[in-house]
Design a protein. Structure first.
Length: 133
């Protein structure tokens, strides 16, 4: 049988069980065959922890079921969800970006010091995030 480098079988690997069992997995006539491996993709070979046969159950008259145990990791959280808002890259503020950021800043009317300072800070941060983030 010729081997092709891109065929699906070239990317498959067999995973044996940890310990060979004495059970017979297939019977036919006078022959007994023991098969305790399963084909998995090469990238998924670390997920298989065990492969075993249930000796007293039958799938068909000649076959026993092969059970494969896999380990799965929970999906990882995306980095955006963990880190919060994007960082403002102030070092990108050069002459060409400077005019764009200053044009977007809307300074509030002066009422008292605390309120004016808070509104001015929010306005500057909003303009910087839209241009430099």
């Amino acid at each position: 049988m010729p081997r092709f480098p891109c065929s699906a079988l070239d990317r498959m690997r067999n995973r044996n069980s940890k310990y060979r069992s004495d059970g017979v997995h297939r019977r036919g006539g006078n022959t007994k065959t023991q098969i305790d491996f399963i084909l998995v993709k090469h990238r998924d070979r670390g997920l298989v922890t065990d492969a075993k046969v249930v000796p007293y159950e039958t799938v068909a008259t000649q076959h026993r079921p092969l059970i494969c145990t896999l380990k799965f990791a929970p999906p990882r959280q995306r980095q955006v969800e963990r880190c919060g808002p994007a960082r403002i890259k102030w070092w990108r503020m050069k002459e060409e970006k400077d005019a764009a950021v200053v044009a977007r800043i809307r300074l509030p009317t002066v009422t008292n010091v605390e309120e004016t300072w808070k509104r001015a800070t929010d306005s500057i941060l909003q303009a910087a995030r839209s241009e430099l983030a």
